[in-house]
Write a protein that binds this ligand. Structure first.
Ligand code: F6R
Length: 605
């Protein structure tokens, strides 16, 4: 979704800004723009469409060593040139870029219009530019005066002709990161935009404001109290954000999974006591033993990974556990219990629904940990402790390696909670050995890509598909359907195999194939029964199963993945579904990394 960049230093700003915007493209956007502070004026160049078009059409004279830029995902007003950021004040002395939503924009717009200001866009952001320009004092004072009038969420960056030596930024609910360079400073809403220039970053907290000059920064609060911030090192490098030889980020990230899982496990497995070390949980064994329930909250695919996690924790640690979409939880005034462990799961750490659910829990005194990929992200900063996923940067909108690492992290959490309860050393060892096998087993599934690509082509011919699974296999089916629909745009519906006969069997026909998760486990007979029900209605079958499973003669195509421990099998069963979705989308000619209507991190209501 929306992205912010800023630069102040010795170089021409425009190329640095445009480069930063290109690195934020993966988040999804519909328009883009930059503003530079030159000698005597602020020049703005913006338009609907792609960053590369913006770059190609940059005016020749666009000098200036201070600037801000933005990629916009339309909320207030359509994706037009006028609505694109940066927005200028009426007298063209102040330019603003903004992420977030100003709730009282309507009232402020009316007030400005009554005062004779001619608004040039339909956005909520524009009011900020006018309010700042009408303030008094230094730019910092003018920004603080404007922020006092604003209700809502924001990450903003502001430049002012009267103060051509600084950019002022502020954060309330939308991330702002400062990048500390050599005699230059960068600003971004996502580290992806600035790791090329510096890996030393400062994350602003909500309520913080900063003055950024070429030689450094000063952070303070709305009541002008200085805050002390030290720079941290971003663990991800520029190369990790690159697509390399792969045609799409999604397939690159699918291939990265063996290494990503290895990183997630590194230093956490305790082979002596057959358990795991999760130092970041900030919870001692006695506190962990007091947990009576686990509630997992995430959105979309992260929620499905949470369902895999809930089943693992309940099965292994014998603690009642369930997962719920954070987007629902936040709106239903949930009962928050003292002895429940709440777990927020998110790749980006910025998903607004999950973040608000965490904030609601904390307000009610709940204990919340995070399973988050992006270090220093909003959710990571909000929770009481957690497990970083270490999947590396995930650029593809369709999440793959982060989800796999979520499931691995849940397994580690389950083993930890189980081993301080009744899980025996032998069972602990069995599961730790299973985790250790995962990277190699995932690699062997990914190696089946050529065959899976052919299968995907066949699936792509159908307008509508079912994905079915039972108990441990059900969240796998849900994630498989989710991945398939979001990039192939085919109707893919997940169902419990057990529920087929209670309704969806009516839709089974030769036109509607079913991808059936059929592991070698205690429910194999029941799952084969479901396959027979589908075959009897002439439904084409694609069975994801384990070596040695005898599927009766049902003319089914088989996809065989290596067997692990039953509790860990869902992690491996998910991998071929990623490749089916990817190759179906490629076969249909879709832009896999930019699926229609979707953004990488969903930071709006
Ligand atoms: C699907 C997908 C989304 C995300 C969801 C949560 O492939 O990527 O469903 O899983 O928007 O995002 P995070 O994990 O960043 O909170």
């Amino acid at each position: 979704m929306c992205g912010i960049v800023g630069y102040i230093g010795g170089k021409p700003a425009a190329p640095v800004l445009v480069d930063g915007l290109a690195r934020l493209e993966y988040r999804g956007y519909d328009s883009a723009g930059v503003a530079v502070l030159g000698s005597g004026d602020i020049r703005v160049h913006k338009d609907a469409g792609r960053v590369r078009d913006l770059e190609a059409s940059l005016p020749k004279r666009f000098g200036g060593k201070i600037g801000i830029g933005h990629t916009r995902w339309a909320t207030h007003g359509g994706p037009t040139k006028d609505n694109a950021h940066p927005h200028l004040s009426a007298d063209n002395t102040v330019a603003v870029v903004h992420n977030g939503i100003i709730d009282n924009a309507g009232a402020l717009r009316a007030e400005l219009e009554d005062a004779g200001v001619k608004l040039r866009s339909e956005t909520d952001t524009e009011v900020i530019a006018h309010l700042v320009a009408s303030g008094n004092g230094k730019l910092e004072d003018k920004v603080l005066q404007a922020l006092r009038r604003i209700e809502g969420t924001y990450g903003i960056a502001v430049i002012d002709l009267e103060h051509p030596d600084r950019i002022v930024v502020a954060r309330n609910g939308s991330p702002i990161i400062l990048g500390v360079g050599e005699h230059e400073m960068h600003i971004a809403s996502d580290a992806a935009a600035l790791v090329r220039y510096t890996r030393q970053v400062v994350h602003l907290d909500d309520g913080e404001v900063a003055t950024v000059r070429a030689d450094g920064y000063h952070t303070f609060t709305a009541d002008a109290r200085t805050t002390t911030k030290t720079a941290e090192t971003v663990e991800w490098s520029e190369e990790e954000y690159a697509r390399g030889d792969h045609e799409h980020f999604m397939v690159k990230e699918i291939h990265e999974q063996p290494d990503a899982v290895q990183r997630c496990l590194r230093g956490r497995l305790d082979e002596r006591f057959h358990t795991v070390h999760l130092g970041g949980l900030n919870m001692d064994a006695r506190e962990a033993r007091e947990i009576r329930r686990v509630k997992i909250l995430g959105c979309g695919s992260a929620y499905y990974a949470g369902q895999i996690g809930a089943q693992f924790i309940e099965e292994v640690a014998r603690i009642p556990a369930d997962a719920e979409p954070a987007s629902e939880f936040r709106y239903r005034n949930p009962v928050v219990e003292r002895d429940t462990l709440y777990v927020a799961v998110s790749q980006s750490g910025e998903t607004l629904d999950t973040l608000v659910a965490v904030q609601e829990l904390k307000r009610k005194g709940g204990r919340v940990i995070g399973l988050v990929n992006v270090v220093g992200s909003s959710i990571a900063r909000e929770v009481d402790g957690g497990i970083y996923l270490h999947a590396g940067p995930e650029v593809s909108v369709a999440s793959t390696k982060a989800l796999t690492n979520m499931a691995v992290a849940f397994a580690m959490l389950g083993i930890h909670l189980g081993r301080i309860r009744d899980v025996s050393p032998a069972d602990g060892r069995r599961l730790i050995d299973g985790l250790k096998k995962l990277p190699e087993q995932i690699a062997s599934v990914v190696a089946q890509e050529p065959v899976l690509a052919e299968t995907a082509k066949r699936l792509a011919q159908h307008e509508s598909l079912f994905f079915v699974g039972r108990t441990r296999g059900y969240p796998v089916a849900r994630e498989g359907a989710q991945k398939f629909k979001e990039i192939s745009y085919r109707h893919a519906e997940a169902y419990q195999s057990s529920e087929l006969k209670h309704g969806p069997l009516a839709l089974i026909s030769p036109d509607v194939p079913t991808v059936a998760i059929t592991p070698q486990d205690e429910l194999l007979d029941r799952n084969i029964g479901a396959l027979q029900e589908i075959a009897a209605r002439s439904g084409p079958l694609y069975v994801v199963t384990h070596p040695g499973v005898e599927i009766p003669d049902l003319a089914a195509a088989e996809i065989v993945v290596p067997k692990n421990e039953p509790e860990l099998d869902p992690i491996l069963l998910t991998i071929p579904l990623q490749l089916l979705a990817y190759h179906a989308a490629v076969a249909l000619g879709h832009d896999v990394d930019k699926p229609r209507n979707l953004a990488k991190s969903v930071t709006v209501e």
